[in-house]
Ligand binder design. Sequence first.
Ligand code: PRE
Length: 383
Amino acid sequence: MRDLLELRDEIDQIDSQIVDLYERRMAISEEVAEYKIAVGKKVFDKQREVSKLETLSRKGTTPFLKHGIRELFEQIMSMSRKRQYQLLTEHGQTEKTDFKEVDHLNYKNAKIVFQGTEGAYSQLALNEYFGENADSYHVDTWRDAMEAIQNGEADYAVFPIENSSAGIVSENYDLMVEYNNYIVGEQIIRIDHALLGLPEADMDDITDIYSHPQALMQCSKYLESHRDWEKHSLKNTAMSAQKIKEDGKKNKAAIASTLTADIYGLKVLDEAIQNNKKNYTKFIIVANKKIFESRANKISISFEVPHESGSLYHKLSHFIYNGINMNKIESRPVQGKAWEYRFFVDIEGNLNDAAVQNALRGLTEETIRLKILGNYVSAEGNE
Ligand SMILES: O=C(O)C(=O)C[C@]1(C(=O)O)C=C[C@@H](O)C=C1
């Protein structure tokens, strides 16, 4: 058996040859980039990469080595591409996103739409973002709200996108892909559910509770301590408050926001009755314009990847190589394609950053149907 030090010495020599070869290969890749810049050819040449991986892995003498060679060269070519994207950006060939930069978004005289009814949590978020005097109206469904901004009936719409206890609102992720609308801002609000009754009602009078199923679930512990109360599901929390008022019965109570108590003239019988005292919902502010503020520091994008092993890993490496922080990733099934997924990724940055432009150029070339959902000011940390 050979001595460990001697073996390591040999590995060191081979590694330094690999480093030399890697640097030589990258220098040639840079020359290829110059050629591509001159003739306007795309960086990513999938056919060339597939044929190289085939030829090289065939040279491996065992299945294990064949597999290793394939992985090694996938990585090498992926790094080669990233260097080429960098050179393109340095030559001013940046990815044109056709997003327009503005100093500040102008919300004066803006018309804002939300889903639900007076007193819905979306309205609370809207008031928080645009101010109490905002000119707003409500529609029945989230799709109606998307249509309203697409048609120009409203300037902005507010959609819940994620709750800190219940997770994402998947329907709104899908709608953001379906419509040519874009995120321009976000607002996080604390969701405190209250128990509301008629002004003359007392806790002892209550026998029936009305609310949205999600709100009933989020208050399950509280409701367990009142097992004799009968629970009824309604379309949303604000509608349940409206119902209590209209029915005019002392024994009925709703679970809704305290804002609805003011709107419908109800009494707050109990406050913050949800299981999780730190219950937050994130809302997105959406418009039909590709627009971003100079101070925007968060970008949401969405793309599909080819159904191949290692695919997502290589796409996400564009963020790592460009030193970009990725804060979130979600996946949703692609409609009509079983077991294929569309990814939703949030990163830190601004569309003017060279690092962001590099990463977006790579992703545009290497993914399917990439959409920049928006570049806006993050609300995280303000809740
Ligand atoms: O051959 C090219 O066109 C190159 O840019 C070189 C290279 C490589 O590193 O081998 C890099 C990117 C392409 O996707 C294909 C191959």
